[in-house]
Design a protein around this ligand. Structure first.
Ligand SMILES: Cc1cc2nc3c(=O)[nH]c(=O)nc-3n(C[C@H](O)[C@H](O)[C@H](O)COP(=O)(O)O)c2cc1C
Length: 174
């Protein structure tokens, strides 16, 4: 099995998961920017292609690139993963992932959430301000206070163990 893991990452969490996944699958991890204009031939040697993007306001960043390619890759094993600040099992994230693929895409593309974290040091200035403001807003409501506090500072939840369902889906269980 030859695997390619393509990722988009701003602060490093998605890149880290892509690297771990490529390691587990014995494949390679590449930044989307390095393959986005590549010809079909570049992808033909792989029988597994995975795309990972970070969560931005409930959307998987640049997943549309992968989803446009996916119909011509139906003979391969395909999966998408999303990396965010939400905890594993978060209901909002479940809903977001459920909406990320349509009924047809769900038949041949696996979709997974991998808990990342926040890294304020590496965030672009605009994003940093946005997140601080969002966190402050969440902290004001009792039902979202805890999440607001969590995302108001840097933290790291990333762990290889979260890759288990992805590896199982891709048929790599050893
Ligand atoms: C503008 C912005 C919007 C975000 N929206 C979400 C979100 O909707 N859900 C979530 O779980 N995390 C959200 N996050 C957190 C990032 O997805 C999280 O920090 C992720 O680990 C970043 O991955 P990266 O290090 O690969 O860039 C957001 C972060 C920023 C900067």
């Amino acid at each position: 099995m030859k695997a390619l893991v393509i990722y988009t990452s701003q602060t490093g969490f998605t890149k880290r998961y892509a690297g771990w996944l490529a390691e587990e699958l014995g494949g390679e991890a590449v930044d989307l920017n390095d393959v986005k204009n590549a010809s079909e031939e570049r992808f033909s040697e792989y029988d597994t292609i995975v795309y990972g993007g970070w969560a931005n306001a409930g959307k998987i960043v640049r997943a549309e690139w992968f989803l446009k390619k996916a119909p011509s890759w139906k003979d391969k094993k395909l999966a998408v993963f999303c990396v965010g600040a939400a905890k594993a099992g978060d209901q909002n994230m479940r809903n977001a992932l459920n909406k990320a693929l349509d009924t047809e895409q769900k038949k041949y593309i696996g979709i997974f959430y991998l808990p990342g974290g926040m890294n304020y040091e590496k965030l672009k200035a605009g994003s940093r301000l946005l997140m601080k403001a969002y966190a402050a807003m969440l902290k004001k409501k009792p039902e979202t206070q805890e999440y607001g506090e969590m995302i108001s500072k840097s933290f790291d939840m990333s762990d290889r163990k979260y890759l288990e369902p992805v590896l199982k889906y891709l048929g790599n269980t050893d």
